[in-house]
Design a protein around this ligand. Structure first.
Ligand SMILES: Nc1ncnc2c1ncn2[C@@H]1O[C@H](COP(=O)(O)OP(=O)(O)OP(=O)(O)O)[C@@H](O)[C@H]1O
Length: 592
C-alpha cells in the first residue's frame, strides 16, 4: 500500500538501483540516446526558423536561392536523423525492457525460493507474489518514464524557453500560457480517473472471479457438471452492467472537464498568437520565427502534456504495486545455514511436538511424541484432518514446530535449514506435481544431471512405459499442452512415486501417494516398497488399512494426537480405534 511518506520520487529512488543493475550499460546508453534525440527534436525549431527566413529573403531578392535550398536540405536532414533516432530509441527501450524484466523476475523467483515454506500457508503470500511481479513491471516503467522525463522532455522545455528568451524575453510567456491550462486539465482528469479506479477495483475483482468460475480450467468441469453456468452468467452480467454504469458516469464527467480544459488551452493558444503577432509587428522577431514557433506549438503542447499527465499519471495508479515489489524483496532475509549430513542410523525422536498453522486457532498437532528406529517402516493412519500430513511436513523439515523437538540423527529441527531440503530425505506428496516435462525429467528432477538408471524406480513404482502411452519412451513429454501425452491419474501417481524412489534417501515418506491406484495394485506397490526400503527409514501415510499392515509399526492419529501405536496384530487385540476402522473397511470388501 502507498503510505503517506512515499511519493513518486521516493519510490523512484528506491527502485532505481534494481532497474540499473538489470542492464547497467544499456541504461546509460539509453539515456544518452534520449538526450541526443531531445536535442534533435528541438533543433527542428531553429532549422525551420532559418528556412522560413531564407525563403522569404530569397523571394524578396535579398538572398540567393542557393541558401534557401541549403536550408530546406538542413530541415530534411534533421527530420531524417530524427526518424533514425526515433527507431533507435524505441529499440533501446524494448531491449532494456526485456533484459530488466528477466532480471527482476529472476530476483523475485529467487526470493520465493528462499521464503520459509510456512509462509505459503498464508493465502496472502500468493497475492504478495503476484503484486510484486506486477510491481516489478511498474517499477521498470516508472524508472524509464522518469529518466525519459529527465533526459528527453525537460531538456526540450529548457531549450524552448532559452530559444524564446533569446528571440524576445516576452516569448517565455508562451511556455507558461500553454503550460498552465494544460497542467490544470491534466491534474483534474487524473484525479477523476484515480477516483474511478478506486471505486471500480472491487467490482472488477468480482467480475474476474465470476469469469474464472465460468471459464477457468480448474472450475469449468465442476461448473458445467453442477449446471451452474446460468447462475454465474447472471452474476457476471449484473456486475458488468454495474461496472459499465460507474465507468460511463465518470467518463461523462471527464469528457465535460476535457471540453472546458480544451477551451482553456485554446484561450492560452490565442494569447500566444497575440504575443507572437505583437512581437512580429514590433519587429522584435522575423516572420520566419513566427512561422517556426507556430509550427512548434503542437510539439510544445505534447511535451507539456507528457510532463503533466502522460504515462506518468497513468502509472500513479500503480505506485502501490511498485511498493509491493520493494516490500516483497525486503521480506524475511534468508537465514544462512550450512547443509548438514544426518546420521539416520540414530533414528528419529519426536518429543512433545505441537504445531498450529498461521491464521488458525486450532492446533494441527498437539503434544506428539514418537520414536522411529533405524530401518523401521511406520504407517500413519487416521481420519481426515487427524494431522498425518502435518506431521510429515514437520519430519521433512519444511515447517518447524512451535514447541517440542524433532531430532533426526543428532540434528534438531531448529538446526535444520528450512530452505534447503536435507540430503538423503525423499518424499511423495499427497498432492504431487505433474511437471510439464519429459518422463525422464519428471523422475530425475531432484538430480537432473545424474546418470543413474531410471528403469528401476519406474519399475518399482509399477509404471508400464508402453509405446502407446509413451511413444518416445523416457523422453515422452508428459503434457498435451506442449505436444506430448497426458497420463491417467494412476499413471501420474506412479510417476510421482518413481520420482520419490529415484531421489537418494535414507528416509522416505509416502504421504498417501496411491489414492488413484486400485487397492490390489497399491498392495503390490507397498510390498515392493517395503522390500526396497528394508535398510531405510520409511513412513507411509494411508487411509487403506489393509496396506498399513505391511509396516513394522502402525501409528494411529486423531485430532492432532497419537492415540494408538503398535503392530497390526497388537492394535487389533487392543480393539480400539484402529480395530474399529479396520473392521469397518473390511466390511466393504466382505459385502462386495
Ligand atoms: N494449510 C493449512 N492451513 C490451515 N490449516 C490447515 C492447513 N493444512 C491442514 N490444516 C489443518 O490441520 C489439521 C490437520 O490437517 P492434515 O492435513 O495434517 O490432516 P490429515 O490427517 O493429513 O488429513 P487427510 O487425511 O484429509 O489428508 C486439520 O484440522 C486441517 O484443517
Amino acid at each position: 500500500m502507498k503510505t503517506k511518506s512515499e511519493n513518486i520520487f521516493t519510490i523512484f529512488i528506491k527502485v532505481l538501483p534494481d532497474i540499473f543493475h538489470g542492464a547497467p550499460v544499456h541504461f546509460v546508453y539509453m539515456n544518452i540516446v534520449a538526450l541526443v534525440y531531445s536535442v534533435l527534436w528541438f533543433s527542428i525549431l531553429p532549422a525551420n526558423n532559418y528556412m522560413f527566413d531564407t525563403i522569404i529573403k530569397a523571394a524578396n531578392g535579398q538572398a540567393s536561392v542557393k541558401y534557401a535550398i541549403i536550408a530546406i536540405l538542413i530541415v530534411f536532414a534533421i527530420l531524417t536523423i530524427q526518424h533514425v533516432f526515433n527507431g533507435l530509441n524505441a529499440y533501446n527501450n524494448m531491449y532494456q525492457y526485456f533484459k530488466v524484466y528477466g532480471y527482476l523476475h529472476y530476483r523475485i523467483h529467487k526470493k520465493v525460493d528462499q521464503l520459509p515454506a510456512i509462509k505459503f500457508e498464508d493465502p496472502s503470500i500468493m497475492d504478495d507474489i503476484n503484486k510484486s511481479i506486477k510491481g516489478s513491471e511498474n517499477a521498470m516503467l516508472l524508472v524509464n518514464i522518469i529518466m525519459n522525463m529527465i533526459f528527453f522532455y525537460i531538456p526540450q522545455l529548457l531549450f524552448y524557453s532559452i530559444y524564446f528568451y533569446f528571440l524576445n524575453p516576452y516569448l517565455v510567456l508562451v511556455v507558461f500560457l500553454i503550460f498552465i491550462p494544460q497542467a490544470i486539465s491534466s491534474i483534474l482528469q487524473s484525479k477523476f480517473h484515480i477516483n474511478l479506479e478506486q471505486e471500480v477495483a472491487p467490482i472488477r475483482r468480482e467480475l474476474d472471479n465470476y469469469d474464472k468460475s465460468l471459464t477457468g480450467i480448474d472450475f469449468f468441469k465442476e461448473t458445467r457438471m453442477l449446471r451452474a453456468y446460468g447462475y454465474f452468467i447472471k452474476l457476471y452480467k449484473d456486475t458488468q452492467l454495474l461496472l459499465n454504469s460507474k465507468a460511463y458516469a465518470v467518463e461523462k464527467k471527464i469528457a465535460m472537464i476535457r471540453l472546458y480544459m480544451a477551451l482553456m488551452t485554446l484561450t492560452g493558444y490565442i494569447g500566444v498568437l497575440y504575443i507572437l503577432l505583437q512581437t512580429v509587428l514590433s519587429g522584435a522577431i522575423t516572420i520566419g520565427s513566427f512561422g517556426a514557433i507556430f509550427i512548434s506549438l503542437s510539439s510544445l503542447l505534447s511535451i507539456i502534456k507528457e510532463i503533466t499527465f502522460g504515462s506518468f499519471n497513468e502509472l500513479s495508479k500503480n505506485f502501490g504495486t511498485v511498493l509491493n515489489y520493494k516490500n516483497f524483496m525486503n521480506m524475511n532475509p534468508t537465514e544462512k545455514m550450512a547443509e548438514q549430513n544426518i546420521d539416520f542410523s540414530k533414528g528419529i525422536k519426536i518429543s512433545n511436538v505441537s504445531f498450529q498453522y498461521p491464521n488458525t486457532n486450532k492446533k494441527a498437532l498437539n503434544n506428539i511424541s514418537l520414536h522411529i528406529h533405524n530401518k523401521e517402516t511406520i504407517a500413519i493412519v487416521g481420519e481426515n484432518g487427524a494431522g498425518k500430513s502435518t506431521l510429515v511436513r514437520l519430519l521433512l523439515g519444511i515447517y518447524r514446530p512451535q514447541s517440542g523437538s524433532i531430532i533426526i540423527g543428532d540434528i534438531e529441527n531448529t538446526e535444520r535449514n528450512p530452505y534447503i531440503p536435507q540430503n538423503n530425505i525423499s518424499a511423495v506428496f499427497q498432492k504431487f506435481q505433474k511437471y510439464a516435462l519429459t518422463l525422464k525429467e519428471n523422475v530425475t528432477i531432484s538430480d537432473i544431471k545424474s546418470d543413474d538408471n531410471i528403469i528401476e524406480p519406474i519399475q518399482n513404482a509399477g509404471l508400464a512405459v508402453n509405446s502407446k502411452d509413451f511413444p518416445q519412451g523416457e523422453l515422452t513429454m508428459l503434457s498435451r499442452e506442449f505436444g506430448g501425452t497426458d497420463l491417467s491419474g494412476g499413471q501420474w501417481q506412479r510417476v510421482a512415486i518413481a520420482r520419490g524412489l529415484f531421489r537418494k534417501h535414507d528416509l522416505i515418506i509416502l504421504d498417501e501417494p496411491t489414492a488413484a491406484i486400485d487397492p490390489i495394485e497399491e498392495s503390490s506397490i507397498f510390498r515392493t516398497f517395503r522390500d526396497i526400503s528394508k535398510n531405510k527409514i520409511a513412513v507411509i501415510v494411508t487411509h487403506r488399512l489393509g496396506s498399513a499392515k505391511i509396516a513394522d509399526r502402525i501409528v494411529v492419529m486423531d485430532e492432532g494426537q497419537i492415540i494408538e501405536e503398535g503392530t497390526h496384530e497388537a492394535l487389533m487385540r487392543l480393539n480400539g480405534k484402529y480395530a474399529y476402522m479396520f473392521n469397518e473397511q473390511a466390511k466393504w470388501y466382505e459385502h462386495e
